[in-house]
Design a protein around this ligand. Structure first.
Ligand code: ADP
Ligand code: MG
Length: 355
């Protein structure tokens, strides 16, 4: 018999393409929140409040006191690749801010109901706009989609409702809202430790208390105490190391050899962005293995700054992973610095017990 004829190849509908892309960038509520936190910090905010309902699936709201968004920019705010942070491809290599691709808000608008309320210092009122599929949409069907004047403080409030409402399979994949809330707290907690001078709060809708509350004046150790407890905060050693030839500087806080936790905790920031790195984790665990009893693990906050032209942030859609030059040498230098700090504390302890 004759072979079957091929089906004709057709372009996907742009809305389908956008929805697929959005689902790759925003895998879970925590990814949307991470982007929103980075935007708020980029906007120079010193206060950041997060409100969460149903693990972020029903509601994710973040209120900042940053520079706000110009009313004239609201119509294109959620279009893909619109950004105030990048103009040329070359800028990708020298970008100092967190976001850079203009994809976060666009993505969120394709898979959730998004409302933005914002006020700049120069505006006499705040403006509120609703978005769907990258565009302004009316608050209610039949109404005008143009941003509406409203009362509001300086800064921006982003409200994300019904995340993944149009991706039912993804929505169903979330079994427990408390699990998603725990991941949200982890993200907020990381930035709350890292962002000196910024107040953070995170609250579950309906709860009277807050889960995280860090004043803007808190020191880094205070922040760790608030979020990870005094037991950890009381046992930290400070470290710092830089090498011009490798284009990096690193600083941080690590638990000493007299203390350990059940599971390794690494708060890793590369160029002020929370990232994961199995290479860093492995090296740190190796470093501590000679100091800690079996089954004991360290807590580490590591703030790593690498010359932007040596970092490739585009290896993963969620920007969770980054690649950088001389990775092995840099990690080894950081670990050997930590090792020498641990040895110092160890020696002083031996000395103390001997006298
Ligand atoms: P990117 O951060 O990559 O530029 P986003 O989609 O995250 O892309 O944001 C698009 C633009 O919207 C930003 O470049 C910024 O100008 C503006 N913006 C987003 N969030 C805020 C905020 N909280 N405060 C002020 N401006 C914001
Ligand atoms: Mg952004």
């Amino acid at each position: 018999s004759e072979p079957a004829r091929p089906k004709r190849i057709k372009a996907l509908d742009p809305d389908v393409v956008n929805k697929i892309a959005a689902g790759e960038i925003i895998v879970a509520p925590m990814h949307a929140l991470k982007e929103l936190i980075e935007n708020a910090v980029d906007a120079g905010s010193t206060s950041l409040e997060v409100l969460v309902k149903d693990g972020g699936l029903k509601l994710l709201q973040i209120t900042d006191n940053g520079h706000g968004i110009d009313r004239e920019d609201l119509p294109i705010l959620c279009e893909r690749f619109t950004t105030s942070k990048l103009k040329e491809f070359e800028d990708l290599t020298s970008i100092g801010t967190y976001g850079f691709r203009g994809e976060a808000l666009a993505s969120i608008s394709h898979i959730a109901h998004l409302t933005v309320t914002t006020k700049t210092a120069g505006s006499s009122c705040a403006w509120r706009a609703h978005y769907g599929d990258g565009k302004l949409v009316p608050a209610k069907p039949g109404q005008n989609a143009a941003p509406k004047a409203t009362a509001g403080r300086g800064g921006t409030q982003i409200t994300v409702e019904d995340l993944f409402y149009n991706i039912p399979t993804r929505r169903r994949a979330f079994r427990s809202s408390s699990e998603e809330y725990a991941k949200i707290l982890d993200v907020v907690g990381r930035y709350a430790v890292h962002c000196a001078g910024v107040a953070f709060s995170c609250r579950k809708h309906g709860d009277s208390g807050v889960s995280i509350s860090t004043p803007s004046s808190a020191t880094t150790v205070d922040r760790i105490r608030q979020i990870h407890g005094s037991a950890v905060a009381n046992e930290l050693v400070e470290f710092e190391i830089a090498e011009k030839k490798l284009g990096f500087q690193a600083s941080g806080l690590a638990t000493n050899a007299n203390y350990h936790v059940k599971k390794t905790v690494i708060l890793l920031f590369i160029n002020h962005r929370a990232v994961e790195s199995t290479a860093v984790k492995r090296a740190i665990e190796q470093t501590y293995s000679t100091f800690l009893p079996k089954g004991g693990h360290p807590f580490i906050y590591l703030d790593l700054e690498i010359e932007p032209q040596r970092v490739d942030v585009n290896v993963h859609p969620t920007k969770r992973e980054v690649n950088f030059l001389n990775e092995e040498e840099i990690i080894e230098m950081v670990c050997s610095e930590i090792r020498s700090k641990l040895a110092q504390v160890d020696e002083s302890r031996t000395f103390l017990t001997q006298t």
